[in-house]
Design a protein around this ligand. Structure first.
Ligand code: RM4
Ligand code: MN
Ligand code: MN
Length: 428
């Protein structure tokens, strides 16, 4: 089942008049305040964030998983779901695969299938945090004690080869980046040597980097803990930067918003990495305690606004051309509904960040006036930009209200009939 613009227009026909009235009202306020409302709508309209293939299924914890039915059973069905999401939001043009959770038998056929569904391939994700047989065909070489940081050269070699395979697959799918997140670290003090572990990872990443095609990026993704609970080899942005520098010129750092200890100033990290030209991409989610993978903006919306403001500054008024992906786990919500809400939150934050009067903010900063600076930020953050975001979606042929349209169209009901109530997607 493909969701079409016509279907969306039909289920939303009674909303259009209200939307147009709301839009006029917001546009009037904007114009009076000297805001280029049209530029905001068009910027939101052009933005796209990848959906991860593993997040179209229900998430879970180590305690349990409660699938709600109609989950995609194959990689093609995952692409169908991303196409449905994109039809509703107009802002999820790509999917990010995770190998070997996604291991297509015929990459060219998959490429064609996705193209026909209007979906492209974003950054490829390798997986050396679980044992898998994709490289060797057996489990003789194990990642139990790490992959790229392992003391055993044969394990490190397998980890590098796995990444090279993922690059090869990505080439056939038209992707242009590889994201490396490692579980490597220590669970016990003294288990390994910090420096030797780091140098081994740097060396492996360098080898992977040298296999990158022109125009590709290698992303290093840091995370403070889990699955390694005493130390991780790449726990923070500083280590991530050192690894990216050691890997080579095409390497960049990727910031997953949930991969920071509580209260870390993520917007400052964004600024630092951009300053040294090593900021590469984002995994959007939110966190209360750890790597909770909650809906972006659901816990710390103001912090998220400040992060997007840093991005808009880097992009000189619009979102810079980086790699964006939603990395959330939908334990209770319908995965597509949560992805639609996440996409909407990002769109709202982009619009708000673009409303910030940056010259006024800079003037307040340069005259040591924090109260004025706060007023400038609040003027944007407290503005209701929802009609602008809805209009951006409408111009893309998507939905004014994706979640309600999704329910009215009955996509999940239809998928549950087609795929079964007990179907489950592969992933964590
Ligand atoms: C990790 C990290 C990676 C993601 C895996 C599934 O915590 O966020 O980006 O690929 O989870
Ligand atoms: Mn991530
Ligand atoms: Mn994570």
């Amino acid at each position: 089942m493909r969701i079409t613009t016509e279907q969306i227009a039909e289920v939303e026909s009674d909303r259009v008049a209200d939307h147009e009235a709301d839009l006029r009202a917001v546009a009037d306020v904007g114009t009076r305040r000297g805001v280029d409302v049209e530029a905001v709508i068009e910027a939101v309209r052009h933005f796209s964030v990848a959906a991860p293939s593993w997040a179209v299924g229900t998430g879970g914890t180590r305690f349990g998983r409660f699938p709600s039915g109609g989950e995609p059973r194959t990689i093609e069905e995952k692409i169908d779901d991303v196409a449905a999401l994109h039809a509703l939001t107009g802002a999820n043009r790509t999917v990010s695969l995770h190998v070997p959770w996604d291991d297509p038998e015929d990459p060219e056929a998959l490429h064609t299938y996705a193209r026909e569904a209007g979906i492209g391939f974003d950054a490829m994700n390798s997986n050396t945090f679980q044992d898998n047989s994709s490289t060797t065909g057996d489990f003789a070489v194990s990642y139990k004690f790490g992959s790229m940081a392992n003391a055993d050269a044969a394990v490190r070699k397998q980890a590098v080869e796995h990444n090279l395979e993922v690059i090869e697959l990505g080439k056939r799918l038209g992707a242009n980046a590889l994201t490396v997140w490692l579980g490597d670290g220590m669970n016990h003090p003294g288990q390994a040597d910090f420096r030797r572990q780091f140098e081994r990872v740097a060396d492996c990443l360098h080898q992977v980097h040298d296999a990158l095609p022109d125009g590709w990026r290698l992303f290093t993704e840091h995370k403070p803990y889990e699955p390694a609970f005493y130390s991780s080899v790449n726990p923070d942005w500083g280590s991530s930067l050192l690894l990216a520098q050691a890997a080579g010129a095409q390497a960049r750092c990727l910031v997953d918003l949930g991969h920071h200890l509580p209260n870390t100033n993520i917007e400052q990290i964004v600024s630092r990495l951009a300053m040294v030209r090593r900021l590469g991409g984002f995994h959007f989610n939110d966190s209360k305690y750890g790597d909770d993978d909650l809906t972006v903006g659901s816990i710390h919306p103001y912090q998220f606004f400040l992060i997007v403001l840093e991005l808009v500054k880097i992009g000189d008024g619009a979102m810079p051309d980086l790699s964006y992906m939603i990395d959330a786990s939908h334990n209770l919500k319908d995965p597509l509904e949560d992805l639609a809400q996440a996409t909407d939150q990002i769109q709202v934050s982009i619009a708000q960040a673009m409303l910030v009067d940056r010259p006024a903010l800079e003037a307040a900063q340069e005259s040591n006036d924090p109260a004025r600076a706060a007023e400038v930020l609040h003027a944007a953050y407290r503005a209701d930009v929802r009609p602008l975001v809805a209009e951006a979606r409408r111009r893309n042929g998507a939905a004014l209200d994706p979640l309600t349209a999704f329910r009215s169209i009955g996509y999940r009901k239809e998928m549950t009939r087609e795929r079964g109530a007990g179907s489950t997607a592969i992933g964590l």
